[in-house]
Structure formats: C-alpha cells, structure tokens
Write a protein that binds this ligand. Structure first.
Ligand code: ATP
Length: 771
C-alpha cells in the first residue's frame, strides 16, 4: 500500500476518511484531484495551489483543488523534512472549510483523527457555545452568527449521557473536541448529528454509552480492542501517521478509487476483524457475529493470509487451501471477491467450492466401481416417501415425519444399523419415540432407502454422508501411513486407498450454521488435525435449515480463545438493526453456538445511519403489489438521480415461494421495472430488480430491499399450528426457523428497508413498528 515517491517530490497520503470523501465526488472532480496531487508533489508552494494555514489549528493547511473544492492537509514528515510528506485529511467544498477544524492524535489508538464540526447540528453547537467561522467567507453574503440562545424546550431535558464525565469519555477514546458537545446532547437526533462525521472510535463509544452499555463494558468491548499498548506522544505526527489507516496517492490509486467504497473491505479491517484474521490458532477456530459484522470478509482475508504463509513452500499446481460455503451463488461471490483481494499467484493456491460441489467431487472420485446415482432435492425424495407410505398403507407416521427422521437422525448421525438407531440421541426432534416405535420407523426407512437405490437416486444429504465416509477412510489411511503401519496401494480407484496425504492444509468455512453433521465429518477429514486447520464463520441466529450440530461431538473443538465474536455491523444501519434484533428475540430464545454453548447477539451494534424502515399494511395482495411497485419506482428514480445504475442494487424478498412468480409478472407489467429471479444457483437473467424467496437471500446484501407478504399465516406458515399441541417441541423449532428466516431477510438491507403485509401482520414483526 505505502509506495514511496521519488525523494525530490513531496509524498502525499490519504487519510481513510478523506478517501471516503473522494469516493463520493463526481468523476470529473476525482480527475482534478489527481492533477492537483501531481502538481503538489512537484512543488506544494506553486501559486495556483494557494496553500495556506488555517488560523485555528496551524498544523492544518488548505489548498485549492478546483474553484470550489479544497484539500485539507497536514505536513507529517519527520523533523525538518515535515513538508516532504503530507497527509490529506479531507477533500470538500470550499464552503465547508472553517477555521475551527482540528486534527489530533487519539490518546487510545495513537491514530491521527480529524473531527468535522460542519456536520454537527446547530442546536448542539449552540449549546456548547461554538460558532463556526468559514475560512473563505462569501464576499456577497456575510454570515451572521446565530445568537447563542439555548432552545427552551430542550434546555430542561436531561443530557443523554448524564452520569458520564468528560474525563471518562476522554479515557475511552472520544475525540477531545467532541467531548463537551457529547455531554451537552439531549436527544438521539442530536447525537446522530454530532456523530455523523465523527471518528470511528468516538462513534462506537458514544453510541454504546447512549444505548445503555455500562462504562466497563464499553471499555472491554470497544476501547480495549483498539488500544495501543503504550501512551502515544500526542505531538508526534510522523509516528502517528504510521499507525493511521492511509493510502498513498500514486498512479494506481486513481483506478482503485473509481471502484468506490466497495473496495473499503479489502483495505481497512476493523482491529477486531484484523485480530481474528491474523492470529495463529492451535486448532480449529470459530468466528461468530450478527449479520453484516464482516464474517465473510474475515474469512476472505484469512484465506489470503494463510496463502501468503504457504506461498514459499507450495508445490506448483497444488491447491492447499479450501474455501467453502453453503450455496453455489455464495461460492461464486467468494470467488470473485477473492480474485480482487489476492494476487493471481496466491489465488492459485485456493479451491473455492460450495459444500454440495465438494461432496459431489469426492463421491465422483470414488464412484468407478458403482453406477453413478442421480442427485435429487429433498422435495423429490419426500415424494418417494409419500408414495411408499401410500403403497404400504402406513398411517401411524406422516411421510414428512419419516423423511425428517431419516434425514436428520439416521443420515445426520451416520446411523447404519437398527441397533445404532435404538441408541442414538434424537435431540431437537420433538416428541420421543419408544423402542418398538423405532423398530417400526426403521423398517419403513429401510424400504425407503432400498427404493431410492433401485431408482438410482440419492439426496444431497446422502451424497454428503457418502463423501464423509470416503474422506474419513482416506484420513485413516494417511494416519496409518504416517505411523508407518500401512503401504499405499497404487492403482486403486478410491481416494481412501490412493491418498498419501490429506487433501488440504487449511479449510475455511463460511455460512457454517446450516451445515449438517455429515458435512462436518467430511470437512474434519479433509485436513490433518493441526494449527489453523479449520476456520469456521457462522451465525446460528441465521440458521434456516434443520441441521443443528455439536462441533465438539464431531471432533472439532473450538473452545476458549479459539472462539471469537464480532459485534460491529458494517451493513445494517442502526434504524434497521433495532427492528431486526426484536425479530430475533435473542434475549428470550436460546440460540446455540454450534457447540453445546449459547450464542447471543449481546453487544451487536452499528454506527451506520439510514432511513427508518417502513412498515405498511395493505388490504389485499393486489394492493400490496401495487404499493411495492410504487416503492420500487421511487427507489429506481432516486438511484438514477444520483447517477447510479439501479440494476442489482434493489431486491424484493417474498415470504412465500408460490408468490415469487406473481411478483415478477406484476412488476414486469410496469413500465420501468424489469426483474431477474434469484435462484439457488444465483441470479437468472439481467433484469434490474432481483426477486426471490427468503431462503435465496442467505449471505447476500442489497442497498434497498422490500420484504413482502409478511402476514400471519405466511410468516409463520399457518400449517405449523397443527404441531402446537401434538408436538410442542417441533412447533417451537419450526417457529424459530421461521423467525430466523425473517431475521436473515431484513438484515440483507444495507440502506433502505420496506416491510409490508396484507391482512393480519406477522406477530414476528416488532411492536415498536407501530410507534
Ligand atoms: N472492515 C470493513 N470495511 C469496510 N466494509 C466492511 C468491512 N467489513 C465488512 N464490511 C462490509 O460489510 C458488509 C457485510 O460484511 P460480510 O458480508 O462479511 O458480513 P457477514 O458477517 O458475513 O454477514 P452475514 O452474516 O449477514 O452474511 C459487506 O458489504 C462488507 O463489504
């Protein structure tokens, strides 16, 4: 990142906040900024650049980029060469440059911080007695400072942070200039205004305190995670710039900035993310965290770091790292992100495959002695179970119950004999079954698998189970070889017999919460038990299938320090997050942690802001679709007016599968709204608006999202009511799954979220929406 320019020219770096400002400027201004940098590096003092110190903080200089745009810069070179090295701290309209701007070195992080009071609301500034003086006042319209009169309505209110002292805020890392203002704010809106342009740590601490986090928790969860191990010298800018997130302005940067904020994740990891990416784990490790906390980003960077470490000793053509996830479209997304993060040489070291593809590859390698079976989805297999139950005239158990018992318990625990089935624990399956009943179930399931065999078909669950067995045999063989107790039999067409080594050196897994036991056995067997063998990212609040596992019981121990949690959301705004949390109902529902502990969303928070989500009730499905079309048209026009192509930025998440087609045909009949369906394998077609069921939205993100059909009877489905009395445990499980599905859906939205229903609104939707 930090290339040095020639010694005779000044070096320019961009503070990450300035880089963010640059992303938002028009392309013509960006181009002028690069011309400006070019000239500045040759001679900062040439007259056209009009370089001048501010009157307030004399370390800050302003220079002219265009007639209306100014760059704010500080010299950060060491000693007498200070002016050989400059840091751009802001790029902004001339009118927003004022004399009270300040830079400081944060006493906790030691980084250079820049506080922007131009965006702080007038009320807060007035109450703190601050008047901003423009550095280049307009000649024609002199600005009259507002009289310093407190607003009588808010003056009597309690400060939002009553009970916290200035000293405590300073010690937690809040920027000095913000402290008096923070202590004066009395409403959430004022706090929002204050923090809009604030440094990240100040935002995180102040939002934490305002949401009721105790001081100790803020210290432990936020401040200590970013704290330097020593007190920084608060005057030494040259050292501080080394600790600050910066990008050097060189010829490559121009193209990079054109990518906009989508590149931010590649460059600036949050310290908590960075720690998880870089640390050495003595064995398997797990990272959990609410939606949008960067688990996928961490997984990608982790792959990059592991590849860097292996690069020197890698055999040409080998792929020692596996990155896997749940579905084909998520794997495709990982592939493209990885290619933009890694060098082509390092990228070569990585296989990216979704979990079914992995199982198919392994069963394929082992199938020369068996006829290949056609893989079918669970619905097709359930139809076979229904036919079988009808043919044998069985009426004690429903086909659905029998199928799930087979899939989750018998297949899920790799049960191969009747006596194993008698002993297996059926946790999570609701009503208990006696030994005699188990014998009956076993008999039907046996007939069912024989039928599937005869038809030459298998489910993906069966394929995973088979792949796990092959890979476990291979691992056993490798271990025997290592112990010197076995010879390799060349020529046998089985990966178990052929293998001299484990398939991979590192395996990184995303969206781990929905993997089944057989997948975990397969993944465990792919890599030798060793340091950094398995890296697992997932969130059980987002589990939308029925596969609950206990990793410890599957030979994957992620206890103690090998279990990490991310809590700061980079996607979900504060407005959306509050509603999403109410939907997940984390405080009253127990969510597992993929092991035998409990995972919570405690501390899950955001410092991003956006519009409040909208909640709209309609009389009928017809009316709801018309309302949806109007919302989408507004969004389309808003994006267009910002000169941004709406394609792929807007999506509709439909609560019920049968209604996806109805939404698409309705929208397609509107003049401007073309659609593309979101399928299991990704987006089908090139339409502007992506439409799919909630399941299809797993792991994705959209700038603007409409979730439709969130009515009672659809979310959750009415048919679940029959389990309320007959099988209360199953009832609870199904409700939780439905709740998680809605939680996943609403947390896909980055900026705007519109939720609607017709008839009675789902009881999962939080009460606070009515306020
Ligand atoms: N350090 C970062 N800097 C900038 N953007 C980031 C950073 N970390 C994450 N993001 C962005 O936040 C968004 C969410 O990240 P990511 O998809 O990794 O979260 P996640 O925890 O995997 O979410 P989910 O559980 O919902 O799938 C993405 O747009 C990502 O680019």
């Amino acid at each position: 990142m930090s290339k040095h320019t020639g010694s005779t020219r000044a070096r320019i770096d961009l503070h990450h906040k300035a880089e963010n400002e640059l992303y938002k400027l028009e392309n013509t201004v960006k181009a002028e900024f690069y011309d400006f940098c070019h000239k500045f590096r040759q001679n900062p003092d040439q007259p056209g650049l009009d370089l001048k110190q501010l009157k307030g903080d004399s370390r800050i200089w302003r220079a002219k980029v265009t007639r209306n745009i100014r760059a704010l810069m500080i010299p950060v070179g060491a000693g007498p060469n200070a002016r050989n090295h400059w840091l751009v701290i802001a790029v902004r309209p001339r009118k927003e440059v004022y004399e009270q701007l300040q830079v400081a070195i944060n006493r906790v992080t030691g980084e250079i911080e820049f506080v922007d009071l131009a965006v702080v609301g007038d009320t807060a500034l007035r109450r703190a007695g601050i008047t901003l003086t423009p550095a280049e006042p307009e000649k024609t319209t002199p600005t009259q400072p507002e009289p310093d009169v407190p607003n009588p309505e808010v003056a009597v209110l309690q400060p939002l942070l009553a009970g916290v002292s200035a000293e405590q805020l300073g010690e937690l890392g809040v920027a000095e200039q913000l402290i008096p203002l923070a202590l004066a704010v009395v409403t959430e809106d004022e706090l929002d205004d204050l923090l809009r342009g604030a440094p990240m740590l100040s935002k995180d601490v102040l939002y934490g305190l305002a949401s009721g986090m105790p001081l100790d928790e803020v210290r432990a969860e936020i401040t200590s995670k970013v704290s330097l191990d020593r007190t920084p010298d608060l005057d030494d800018l040259a050292s501080a710039v080394e600790r600050t997130k910066i990008t050097t302005v060189d010829d490559d940067l121009r193209q990079v900035v054109e990518e906009g904020d989508f590149r931010a994740w590649k460059v600036f990891l949050h310290p908590t993310q960075k720690a998880v990416v870089e640390v050495d784990f003595s064995g398997p490790a797990r990272v959990t965290g609410g939606p949008g906390t960067g688990k996928t980003i961490v997984a990608l960077h982790r792959v990059n770091i592991l590849a860097q470490r292996l690069a020197a000793q890698a055999t040409p053509g080998a792929h020692p790292i596996l990155l896997t996830t749940f579905t084909a479209n998520l794997a495709a997304d990982l592939r493209s992100r990885l290619s933009s993060l890694m060098t082509p040489e390092l990228r070569e070291l990585v296989d990216v495959m979704h979990i079914d593809q992995l199982a198919a590859r392994i069963t394929g390698e082992n199938s020369s002695r068996r006829p290949t079976r056609k893989r079918v989805d669970d619905q097709a297999a359930l139809r076979e179970m229904k036919d079988l139950v009808a043919e044998v005239g069985h009426d004690k158990w429903t086909p659905e119950f029998l199928f799930e018992e087979w899939d989750q318990i018998i297949l899920g625990h790799s049960v191969t004999t009747r006596s194993e089935y008698f002993q297996v624990r059926r946790s999570g399956r609701g009503r208990g079954v006696t030994r005699t009943e188990r014998a009956e179930i076993w008999k039907i399931v046996d007939q069912f698998t024989a039928r599937m065999d005869k038809l030459g078909i298998e489910t993906w669950g069966q394929a995973a189970e088979r792949a796990a067995r092959y890979e476990m045999a291979r691992a056993a063989q490798v271990e025997q070889l290592r112990a010197g107790t076995d010879e390799v039999q060349d020529g046998e067409n089985s990966s178990g017999a052929r293998a001299r080594d484990y398939r991979y050196q590192h395996v990184v897994i995303d969206e781990a919460q929905d993997l089944r036991a057989a997948h975990w056995k397969l993944l465990r067997a792919l890599v030798a038990p060793s340091a950094n063998d398995l890296f697992i990212a997932g969130d059980t609040h987002q589990r939308i299938y029925d596969h609950q596992v206990t990793l410890g019981a599957l030979g994957i121990s992620v206890r103690g320090r090998r279990s990490q949690r991310l809590t700061l959301s980079y996607r979900t705004t504060r407005e959306i997050l509050a509603h999403a949390l109410a939907i997940s109902d984390d405080t009253s529902i127990d969510y597992d942690d993929l092991d035998d502990g409990r995972d919570t969303l405690a501390g899950y928070r955001s410092i991003l802001h956006g519009p409040r989500p909208t909640f709209v009730e309609y009389d009928s499905w017809e009316a709801e679709r018309a309302g949806l079309a109007a919302t989408l048209e507004t969004w389309r026009q808003e994006l267009k007016s910002e000169d941004r192509d709406p394609t792929g930025r807007i999506a509709v998440c439909v609560a019920e599968h049968g209604k996806v087609g109805e939404v698409i045909s309705y929208l397609s009949s509107q003049e401007n709204l073309t659609c593309a369906e979101l399928t299991k394998d990704g987006v089908k077609g090139s339409g502007m608006i992506h439409v799919g069921t909630m399941h299809r939205f797993k792991g994705l993100e959209y700038e603007r999202l409409a979730v439709v059909g969130v009515s009672e009877g659809i979310m959750p489905r009415r048919y679940l009511e029959r389990f309320r009395d007959s099988d209360p445990e199953r009832y609870e499980r199904e409700l939780r799954k439905a709740r998680s599905l809605l939680f996943v859906a609403v947390t896909r939205a980055r900026d705007s979220l519109a939720i609607s229903w017709h008839g009675q609104r789902s009881h999962f939707l939080p009460k606070i929406v009515e306020g």
